[in-house]
Design a protein around this ligand. Sequence first.
Ligand SMILES: [Ca+2]
Length: 513
Amino acid sequence: MTLDRRELLLGVGAAAAITARAVTATRPNILHIMTDQQQWATIMGRSGCRTPNLDKLAKSGLSFERSYTPSAVCCPARAMMLSGAYHWHNGVYNQVHSPPSVHRDMNEDVVLYSNRLKAAGYRQGYVGKWHASQIRGPLDFGFDEIADTTPVSRNKKGPSANPDSVPRPKQKAGVIPGRMMQWPGSEPFLMWGHREGDEAATEEYYRAECAIRMMKRFAKGSQPWHLEAHFVQPHDPYIPLKKYLDRYDPNSIQVPKSFDETFAGKPDFHKRESETWGKITEDDYRQSRAHYYAYVEQIDAQIGRILDALDETGQADKTMVVFTADHGDMVGAHRMWIKGWIPYEEAYRVPLIVRWPGHTQAGSQTANLVSTHFLAHTYVDVAGAEKLPYADGTSLVPLLENPQGNSWTDQILCAYYGGEFLYTQRIAITARHKYVFNGFGIDECYDLEHDPEEMHNIVENVEHRAAVDDMRARLYEMMNQFADPFGDLPQPDGTRRGDRYCAPRYLPRGKRL
Ligand SMILES: [Ca+2]
């Protein structure tokens, strides 16, 4: 039997229609839950911090042992997670709300995964902290609805920021200040304290309620949906409700070796950063950890409410749930707080849990290296949407389905340009090492396996020369791979000639002069 051209075309068309239907039938809802400034070690009993709801989520999905933010400061991390692209491709270099920021918006032609999901027919909602642009908001990038977002000019004119008329708390839980800190020449500011009052009167309860009602409404529709729920906590100041704070005994918290850090052999800015925090005692360390852990547990309770509400929709089995944070927080390690130019694990390593029923195995874990901007590529992949135009990351789907896969990348690249101040930094991370290029100080290299607290900078240690050279070569290899402007960019004629001012040609792996 032979097919004529018309039959052949019909056959191809029918096959394509079947494929499209199969994709439509299996593509999941996406529930993305994110906190601000939450360390990797806060969940799953990795520290003294308790997160029963996130632990339950981890037990029903896949958790990541080596998950990193690609940039340990709010705006770049968020713009990267939305675009799946590095700063030099999405346009956000540092804090967009800050007057000296390089850009206050993402590039005009930036494409986010929400643009792609919109085109693929998803109904999309954004609840809570945005902070990826000071000019445009979620409604400018394919989201249909917003609630309680960080104010940006477009959102103020847009549809209601409270579409489900969630009652706002009548009384705010009052703050009882604890420790005030002071930078040289600054007024004192609150770093931790606590609140007293009803849990339902907190901002985080209100935000969770906005997310829950929007999700329940979306679940009644026929479209697949994508909802983002973003909490501002446990960002400093750490001000948990007293009932959570009472669950933590500061005296039971162990002070780590890094608290006695001398900064010998490290770039000068580490010591300067630590000294900025003034005279710090071991009690400060314990108290700040107790308040921080309590704050994390308080947010965990609200995340639990959102996850319970998902179960109530009856759609949990066709919803991909992702939990992560924009970056971590030092919380006293190396006598430092918050994040920024500090390349330590406390600032860069973040929690990541993915539950995708039918694909991820309950209670599974992976030690493969991942960066949270891979999520953007993952979402367009599972939604059957058009790929993002950036080659800066990759879909996690192969790893979700085969978490022990040994063909996964063995290195990741992080990049930083400063928060309110401008600095340039690049970080290469492998299973064992971390190499940090500092444009404003000596470079760093740490052996994470034998020195997990990153106390010894081995960058100039002759015994480690082979490893340090390998890491430096890997760093420039990735900068070239991801078209970093500080890498050895191809010239218009296709050759790579280097630029001795900012990007000389570096030696490849294994080569020495
Ligand atoms: Ca942040």
